[in-house]
Design a protein around this ligand. Structure first.
Ligand SMILES: NC(=O)c1ccc[n+]([C@@H]2O[C@H](COP(=O)([O-])OP(=O)(O)OC[C@H]3O[C@@H](n4cnc5c(N)ncnc54)[C@H](O)[C@@H]3O)[C@@H](O)[C@H]2O)c1
Ligand SMILES: [Zn+2]
Length: 364
């Protein structure tokens, strides 16, 4: 087992990562238990993993609260139902709720924990690759509202994160690939050596080799934890680097109406391919690096450009989605470009008209 610490003074917490960890979760959880019980809000698709946790926590009164799978649970209605359950259980501020599931359950439970009785604790036990390398670490919690995705939420750091790569054994292939895009993201942002390792070990990861998954997860979580410790509330620009590929990606997701036609990670993969090629066009990045990345994403079964998910939007349409983002960011498009594999940076001089013209030229 490896432990990564998130260095946030009074809000510091450990992330334990290891194959077989869920079956031994009783020990790390014990110091956070109050009143001999623990509430576990879990994704119904993770019922088997709930059983593993129950066995690991023998002697504790484990109270399961089921959450329906899917993004729709991250809603006002889903929040109301969960908060009501927690209040009916008379949860106390000193207690922790366990979030057992992917990013949907993690975001919803984290947000509920941040507001119930002005805040109780949360333990994240992420069960998708995306949530293991990204959403379970860093304290961002949210629900979706009719006005947009993730618009209502809070920063609420977990007390503990437990990551067991073995739970990915039940994850559908498509979800594994989508989560993998976020792993590649860390390499492209700041770790060329990790990129080379991923390129050499891609087949092992896709075959869910536990040691390979563990290395990919530990390296990703270290990268995320360092960024979070440096810029917890996304105020200095450091945390913005984690959005590499996401400005293009969000435009593609918006174009599908955030439907299953394109999973978030698939859109991010396409967005990273585009960000690399746009950087090449601007003379910032070696063409060879962009080609290597596109080839790697293809090998991982991921899209590499704006034709992702069979989309065929014009550059102007996609740029309009980006302009919508721009309003939220107070007039600036937080555009992340690349000087090569492992060297992403925040550019302030990106014109949306230029991006739109690039998108019309790009054919991937
Ligand atoms: N808070 C953050 O920093 C942050 C970062 C990135 C994404 N997110 C959010 O995360 C969410 C996406 O998370 P996700 O990709 O994990 O999606 P998800 O939680 O919807 O899980 C994907 C699917 O896999 C199923 N599943 C989960 N674990 C499983 C397992 N072990 N075996 C079988 N099936 C399993 C789920 O039921 C669901 O159908 C989005 O709402 C996004 O906004 C948050
Ligand atoms: Zn993402």
């Amino acid at each position: 087992m490896m432990t990564v610490d998130v260095g946030l003074a009074t809000r510091a917490y450990p992330i334990h990562i290891g194959s077989g960890l869920l079956a031994q979760a009783g020990k790390p959880i014990a110091p956070l238990v109050r009143n001999g019980r623990i509430v576990v809000a879990y994704d119904r698709n993770c019922a088997d993993h709930l059983d593993t946790l129950r066995n690991a926590a023998r002697g504790l009164d484990l109270i399961p609260v089921a959450i329906a799978p899917g993004e729709a649970s991250k809603s006002w209605a889903g929040l109301q139902a969960l908060v009501s359950s927690l209040l009916d259980l008379e949860i106390e501020r000193s207690e922790c709720v366990i979030a057992l599931g992917g990013g949907v359950v993690g975001d919803l439970v984290g947000f509920a924990a941040s507001i119930v009785k002005r805040g109780c604790g949360v333990i994240q036990i992420p069960t998708t690759l995306l949530s293991q390398v990204d959403s379970s670490v860093g304290g961002k919690t949210a629900i979706n509202v009719p006005q947009g995705k993730n618009l209502i939420g809070a920063f609420h750091q977990p007390r503990l994160v437990l990551i067991d790569p073995d739970v990915l054994g039940t994850l559908p292939d498509r979800e594994l690939r989508a989560g993998y895009a976020e792993v590649v993201k860390y390499a492209l942002i700041g770790d060329a050596g990790f990129y080379d390792w991923l390129d050499a070990n891609l087949d092992r990861i896709m075959a869910r080799d536990p040691a390979a998954l563990e290395h990919a997860i530990v390296t990703s979580v270290r990268a995320k934890a360092a960024v979070v410790a440096a810029d917890e509330h996304e105020t200095t620009g450091v945390r913005a680097l984690l959005n590499f590929g996401h400005t293009f990606g969000h435009a593609l997701e918006a174009e599908t109406g955030f439907s299953d036609r394109l999973l978030h990670g698939e859109a991010v993969a396409a967005g990273m391919g585009l960000a690399m090629r746009y950087s090449v066009e601007r003379g910032l990045c070696p063409a060879d690096d962009a080609e290597k990345v596109a080839e790697h994403l293809r090998r991982a079964g991921l899209p590499t450009g704006a034709r992702a998910g069979g989309l065929n939007a014009t550059g102007a349409t996609l740029a309009a989605h980006m302009a919508h983002d721009k309003k939220r960011e107070g007039g600036r498009v937080p555009f992340l470009l690349s000087r090569g594999i492992g060297a992403a940076f925040l550019a302030n001089d990106v014109q949306l008209a230029d991006v739109a013209a690039f998108l019309d030229r790009d054919t991937a």
